[in-house]
Design a protein around this ligand. Structure first.
Ligand SMILES: *Cc1c(COP(=O)(O)O)cnc(C)c1O
Length: 230
């Protein structure tokens, strides 16, 4: 696709998503300024990310460290805020600390210990992390179980470098998007208990308006901005 054409559809899609964010916020009496749009750029090439920045995108979500490293170097660490939204493997932790502004997928005390140690070694004074919660008890998915969360929160309170920023969820897939609402609501209840002003990262292209109605402060939207992935 030609550069100029790419820019136009990105501008339109971003405006439409932003509009929907505003309407969903209004519906429940929230201020849309408190909702940050994470443009999920996984699988899309650098040219599209650069065009998205020109069209107004400020935050990107990538799900693989290996894919993200070339992209962040080429698009520019300073030109956007970079969030890791995919599972972080132990052996990729150092690279993730070097590359990302926010790690949304912290899912064990062990990983937190490793990230804290690496931050010190890399002289990274502060790294924002969200705990990814598995509310559905889906063995195939990542995320910490609710029963294991208190130990993680306790550990994070002792960290010098890791800043506990809030909670994130990838709920199970339902044909009827409305069925995810109880998961979003439950995540908010947990957040209210453990970190009242923390972020709530929930909602993707098909359900971000529902997530906003339930209190999302970060929505992770890919397809509705960039189109279908191959
Ligand atoms: C891919 C992905 C998204 C975006 O999904 P869309 O349906 O394309 O909006 C959001 N969150 C996570 C964790 C993802 O992996």
């Amino acid at each position: 696709m030609a550069g100029a054409e790419a820019k136009n559809y990105l501008r339109e899609n971003l405006a439409e998503v932003q509009n929907k964010i505003e309407r969903a916020a209004q519906k429940v009496g929230r201020n849309s300024d408190e909702i940050k749009l994470v443009a999920v750029s996984k699988t899309h090439p650098n040219g599209i990310l650069k065009a998205a920045i020109k069209a107004g995108a400020k935050v990107f979500g990538e799900n693989k460290v290996q894919e993200a490293e070339g992209k962040i170097e080429e698009v520019g660490r300073e030109n956007a805020e970079w969030h890791l939204i995919g599972h972080l493997q132990k052996n990729k932790a150092r690279r993730a600390v070097q590359l990302f502004d926010v790690i949304q997928t912290l899912d064990s005390v062990e990983l937190a210990e490793r990230l804290e140690r690496i931050c010190k070694e890399e002289r990274r004074e502060s790294l924002s992390v969200l705990a990814q919660i598995d509310l559905a008890n889906e063995a195939t998915k990542n995320g910490i179980l609710e029963k294991d969360l208190p130990a993680l929160v306790e550990f994070l309170q002792t960290c010098e470098c890791l800043k506990f920023g809030g909670l994130m969820i990838i709920p199970p897939y339902f044909e009827d998007a409305e069925k995810v609402r109880p998961f979003f609501r439950r995540l908010r209840e947990i957040r209210d208990k453990i970190l009242p002003n923390g972020e709530l990262s929930m909602g993707m292209s098909r359900d971000f308006q529902i997530a906003i109605e339930e209190g999302a402060t970060l929505v992770r939207v890919g397809t509705a901005i960039f189109g279908e992935r191959n």
